[in-house]
Design a protein around this ligand. Structure first.
Ligand code: SIN
Length: 591
């Protein structure tokens, strides 16, 4: 393996090192909540790759699902909706816990100053709406359609007012530091230099990897850095084949593509094709509010059948003043694109939105590596199964962050237990080599190879048909690699997949490596995307069925034998090893 020159110079024993009790990586709802949940008396470093207040959370529109009204709703119904959306792969115990603790999470957020939209029905009541897959109106929101921005504002202010938490901005997670199998800190990249932070516990809250795809509602920083670093360090990942595509991103150029919240359908908007025919009529009993995977597939199928690149979301039946009040962010984005949603339908098409998979955790956020926790989109707690129920993810970030705080208080050494069954059973040796030795003290050795090696006579990967970089950077340079990953993932590993397409994707991803001659975030991000692209494609290729966010045109039905979760770990020889995790039914889980 070739080692990046700049990093090789970074002998960890000679690096300036900081020591803290807890290192939290990521400053979205999960990271901010985790930093605030650390027990008093501990020092916390909150490392964020951008600035505080600039995470993917602030793009979240719809809201937070929680049972706040035990007359018109119940824990059992929210649990049932979550399990149904998850298509048989949710962990029922984790779901029950998430929903039971949801009411307290909302109360805690209000206490911290989050300004949810009030309901005129009574003092202290919160307005609630419905989104896809919900049988009740239980999604609370803020600023109409700016829930994430309000959460981020309030939590960031709370973090700034907490003296034991100091933040490191523009701090990129290069790799986790491990000592004899335990995570003991991380190598960060700050201001063009490596910096070590040694920590008693590390909490990964670094978000998802929407940037694996060319069209995504996630900002450019969503490159799965924490998940990739955990994989390199030897942690168990699961459910990586399950990517959720949102059916209604505004059909304009943009990175990210502006989201048109599902809540708009909750308020009465209807998906139509070019003839004005309602797309979801007769497809699912919940119509436009069917679970998101169902709607996305229906949209993709109608686009394919009609040969169009987008459909229409018709919100003209919603009274203009309500539209204005409820969806100020969306209206502003549409108007900037020359569209007036109160008078004309909005052009929409699917875009990658959420990664159900991530670093496997137990109910307290512990991963398979002692000393390492994960929370939020970087984590795989089992609550989302094969398809996340709308607006469950902000809730998950808050609930599991609080549980990590409790776990840290009860057991400062965090020696386990490991998630039951993680990595067990049905081991197969995969094909996507990650290179490098096992978990070692020198994190530089864990980063992938340098240089792009096109096969003889093939100057660019097959199918690209174009040697020009799409966004700058020559062949093999970070931006070029990033664009190639996004293109192949969109074309071959997107809404509809096939064995043939996945094999082609894996072959191309195998050939992509990143030139890290001059190390920095652009190269690290591209390398992380290559690794995670391989992980998603590999597990998608094994799963010969269709379920939730994973749809195979060559295996278009769910298969009962596949009601298992797939795990992924990096073996000591650097290869990816996959395994299987049994999923109990709700009855089995509560027996
Ligand atoms: C939306 O507002 O449509 C997205 C909500 C979510 O992803 O949970």
């Amino acid at each position: 393996m070739l080692i990046p020159r700049g990093l090789l110079a970074a002998d960890p024993s000679r690096l300036q090192a900081e020591e803290v009790d807890v290192l939290v990586v990521g400053s979205g709802v999960a990271g901010l909540s985790a930093a605030l949940a650390v027990p008093p008396g501990r020092t916390v470093c909150l490392a964020t790759k951008d600035r505080l207040g600039h995470s993917a959370t602030r793009y979240a529109q719809g809201g937070i699902a929680a049972v706040l009204d035990l007359v018109g709703d119940s824990v059992a119904e929210h649990v049932a909706d979550t399990l149904a959306a998850g298509a048989g792969l949710c962990d029922p115990v984790a779901v029950q816990m998430l929903v039971e603790e949801g009411g307290q999470a909302i109360a805690d957020l209000r206490e911290l100053g989050v300004g949810f939209d009030p309901d005129p029905s009574g003092p202290g009541e919160l307005a609630r709406t419905r989104e896809g897959g919900h049988s009740r109106s239980r999604v609370v929101h803020a600023g109409g359609d700016a829930t994430g921005a309000e959460l981020e504002r309030a939590l960031t202010e709370a973090v700034r007012a907490t003296p034991s938490v100091h933040s490191a901005e523009h701090a990129f997670l290069v790799d986790l530091l491990t000592t004899e199998g335990r995570v003991t800190g991380a190598l960060l990249w700050i201001d063009g230099r490596p910096r070590l932070v040694r920590a008693g516990a590390v909490v990964l809250a670094s978000g998802g990897a929407g940037q694996l795809f060319a069209d995504t509602t996630n900002p450019p920083l969503s490159t799965g850095d924490g998940i990739a670093a955990a994989l390199r360090a030897g942690a168990v990942l699961a459910d990586m084949e399950f990517v959720q595509f949102h059916p209604t991103a505004l059909h304009v150029e943009g990175d990210p593509r502006p989201l048109i919240s599902e809540a708009m359908r909750g308020e009465g908007a209807v998906l139509r094709d070019g003839d004005g025919t309602a797309v979801m009529a007769g497809v699912h009993p919940l119509g436009d509010l069917a679970p998101r995977d169902v709607v996305t597939r229906a949209v993709a199928a109608r686009m394919a059948a009609t040969g169009t690149r987008h459909l229409w979301l018709d919100a003209t039946s919603i009274p203009a003043d309500h539209l204005e009040r409820r969806f100020p962010t969306i209206l502003a984005r549409c108007r900037a694109a020359g569209i007036d949603p109160s008078r004309q339908p909005i052009p929409v098409s699917p875009a990658a939105h959420y990664l159900m998979g991530g670093v496997v955790t137990d109910l307290d956020g512990r991963t398979s590596l002692p000393g390492l926790f994960a929370v939020g989109e970087a984590a795989c707690t089992g609550v989302h199964g094969a398809n996340r129920l709308a607006s469950n993810s902000l809730l998950e970030g808050v609930v599991f962050a609080a549980r990590i705080g409790t776990a840290l208080a009860e057991d400062p050494h965090q020696e386990g237990p490991w998630p039951s069954g993680a990595g067990a059973g049905g081991t197969r040796v995969g094909v996507a080599g990650l290179g490098g030795p096992g978990a070692v003290e020198n994190p530089a050795q864990l980063h992938p190879e340098v240089g792009y090696a096109p096969p003889p006579g093939d100057p660019v990967p097959a199918g690209s048909g174009d040697t020009r970089p799409e966004r700058g950077g020559g062949v093999g340079e970070p931006l070029w690699v990033r664009d190639r990953v996004r293109r192949v993932m969109t074309d071959r590993v997107g809404v509809v997949r096939s064995g043939e397409g996945l094999a082609a994707a894996m072959a191309e991803l195998e050939r992509l490596t990143v030139g890290l001659g001059d190390p920095g975030p652009a190269g690290f991000e591209a390398a992380n995307l290559v690794q995670l692209g391989r992980a998603v494609a590999e597990l998608a290729a094994w799963r010969e069925e269709s379920r939730g966010g994973h749809w195979r045109s060559d295996h278009p039905a769910p298969v009962e034998a596949w009601r298992v979760r797939q795990t992924l770990t990096r073996s000591s020889d650097g290869n990816l090893e996959t395994g299987l995790l049994a999923v109990p039914t709700a009855e089995e889980a509560h027996r």
